[in-house]
Design a protein around this ligand. Structure first.
Ligand SMILES: [Zn+2]
Length: 412
């Protein structure tokens, strides 16, 4: 396809980790990088230029949600998603496959309606999966709607994202090997349809990533990686079920990235939906370049802050009663507004318990700043040849460097 969009600038001799620069039509992304979610054309609670000032180079928009509301045609009328949301740096859009295939699990209907995903009833969004695509009930109004590979690419073309992901079937954890194998093969046929549509109609400057599926089966993951590579997409995403626990997730990701070494190593690699602190460190060691995940921002909106304490899964739940009178900051020395402005855990707890917008915003800012610092440290360590020591320290509870993360120099 197009000229290589990714340059590797440093490698870690002890793992598959690499640092690099991903070049898109709207500037560059310093990798490895965490990509905050701008699901509905906004990083919840934060304006686009604030996201940039935190040191993030790219955000992820959601094809499914933006298709249903306000619609890609309306956004195209504004000149595309960058203009619509006031963000002139890179945007990656997911394909909508994950949301379409999650119908019936309740979470997508909850996302659409803005409900908490916790403890709500399943909505039972019935869907019909055929070779052509997927038919499902629009969780907004009950209408029957259809999304196939071409629909997804057309929506992403309308959004004018810098990186489009191909439409894939996202298999859940509980399906068996036979189903996973058949589904993975269909995903490859859909990959061909996505690339064919894009070659004819897609924006020339838009990069397209293929998606490696294959569930928790080593041979299927290897075959999927080879099949996706054979189509020569601009980059590779790793999706689908990665297992029931972290050890299995690392193993599955490792199978996929092992297949992407050698001649394919200059393809940028994106890991879908993974963003916990220890998973980001391990993912970088396994050779992942970019990550997206709802966790850091969603946790913030639920009163949970990231902290350098591995025994507590790197998080503190400020809604716990024991923080009621705490005068401590979330993290001493953290440069985020919540910590650097001297807000106490007790005050933030009170705000979060009362769903005060300012509290939810401050916790979101802290969590994003934490991940920006973490990824900066990992990038710097790869460049300095010290990733093993840095990763060990971060895993052990060392806080990421507390200097504010520099904003990337714009491409234009
Ligand atoms: Zn902070």
């Amino acid at each position: 396809m197009a000229a290589p969009c990714f340059e590797i600038t440093a490698r870690d001799p002890g793992s598959r980790a690499r640092a690099g620069v991903l070049t898109t039509a709207h500037g560059t992304v310093r990798t490895p990088a965490f990509v905050p979610l701008a699901t509905k054309a906004v990083v919840k609670g934060i304006e686009a230029r604030e996201v940039e000032a935190l040191g993030f180079d790219m955000v992820l928009g959601n094809t499914f949600h933006l298709w249903l509301e306000p619609g890609h045609e309306l956004i195209a009328g504004f000149g595309g998603l960058h203009e619509f949301m006031g963000w002139d740096r890179p945007i990656i859009t997911d394909s909508g496959g994950f949301q379409v295939f999650s119908m019936g699990h309740g979470t997508v209907a909850d996302e659409v309606k803005g409900r908490s995903p916790y403890g709500s009833q399943r909505d039972g969004g019935v869907h019909d999966i055929t070779e052509e695509g997927v038919t499902f009930k629009n969780p907004r109004n009950g209408d029957t709607v259809f999304m196939g590979p071409e629909t997804s690419m057309e929506v992403q073309a309308g959004l004018s994202s810098d990186i489009a992901l191909v439409f894939d079937e996202c298999t859940p954890f509980h399906v068996d090997r036979d189903y996973t194998a058949r589904s993975t093969e269909r995903t490859h046929r859909w990959l061909d349809r996505c690339l064919a549509w894009h070659a004819e109609h897609g924006p020339r400057e838009q990069l397209v990533y293929g998606i490696v599926q294959g569930g928790v089966y080593e041979d299927l993951r290897s075959e999927a990686a080879a099949a996706v590579l054979s189509r020569d997409p601009d980059g590779i995403a790793i999706g689908g079920s990665l297992g029931a626990e972290k050890a299995q997730m690392y193993e599955v990701v490792g199978w996929a990235t092992a297949q992407l070494e050698g001649a394919a190593e200059t393809k940028p690699r994106h890991l879908l939906g993974i963003g916990e602190v220890d998973d980001l460190i391990r993912g970088v060691e396994l050779g992942i370049d970019t990550f997206d995940c709802v966790t850091p921002t969603r946790l913030g909106r639920h009163g949970v802050a990231l902290i350098p304490e591995p025994a507590k899964r790197f998080r503190v739940d400020l809604t716990a009663a024991k923080y009621k009178a705490s005068t401590e900051p979330i993290e001493d020395g953290c440069p985020c507004p919540a910590c650097s402005h001297g807000h106490s855990r007790g005050y933030l707890r009170y705000l979060a318990k009362n769903r005060e917008l300012t509290g939810l915003r401050l916790l979101t800012l802290h969590n994003l700043v934490y991940l920006a610092r973490l990824m900066r440290d990992l990038r710097d360590a790869i460049a300095a040849g010290t990733l093993a020591e840095t990763a060990q320290a971060l895993r052990g509870g060392a806080p990421p460097s507390q200097d504010p993360v520099e904003v990337a120099v714009p491409a234009r």
